[in-house]
Design a protein around this ligand. Sequence first.
Ligand code: GLN
Length: 306
Amino acid sequence: SPLPDYLTEVLSVCSKGAGATSDHIPELKNADPDRFAISLVTAEGVTYSVGDDETEFSIQSISKPFVYGLALEEQGFEKVLDRIGVEPSGEAFNEISLQRDTGRPLNPMINAGALTAHALVCDNATAESRVEAIRSLLSSMAGRELEVDDAIAASELNASFRNVAIANLLRNYQSFPDDPDDVVAGYVGQCSVKVNTVDLAMMAATLAGGGVQPRTGERIFSRSVVRQVLSVMATCGMYDAAGDWLSTVGIPAKSGISGGIIGVLPGQLGIAVYSPRLDEHGTSVRGVEAFERLSHDMNLHLMEAP
Ligand code: GLN
């Protein structure tokens, strides 16, 4: 059929070689840099997938919108919005940026906001129980049981000086009552859940379907939570490249430093791409190129009049 043929063509025309695997987490350096996969899942659950779509990698920052959604479901909008803003920061994902005076992180997509959202999951619980709640949530959206990659988690935890610093600042402003080291340990576990592009496209399709998993029919998020999550993905999901991305690709999205990117077309489609070589923003080089091509060729830009 024409769509898989087209996707295979996208795999072959995207430029190889530019960028490098992340040196932010030692273990990620070892990823095979030439892997490349694209998966699409419609809001009805029809899947199209090409390339290395069985290759597993850690979810990293792509977990952030889902954990923000979980915090909103569990704690309600008022409490979460009081703790985490919704303004784009225009800064890198790991910038030590908190609002002056209040110490409130600008948005839930940068690490400061993501650490706060993580700490809001299962009040007063242990890092272990938060990771399990998040692993279970991500599994429900993927439609299969996902696992935490302990080697990736250990590797990141040993190199978490910057996130520990951010967590300590947050703790100073009483963003959360927990022990900062415990919050970072849980957050690192959250980032280490192993996925492939089909899993990620299912998760994206769950958001596209207003919070209902397209295969199992399970309602994972309320419609209002999905609207909030997609709004912050559109404005903040690509960090300091968010404006460039929204104008060229025009799809709410989230990237991760292991090389994945998800995109969501409300009511229509979830998209996931994986290729581990990264640009200066910590975003997959070929992932961006693939999204630009898909958006252009399939007319997916949300600001384009039909
Ligand atoms: N675990 C990584 C970190 O917090 C995730 C960063 C990312 O994927 N952009 O530094």
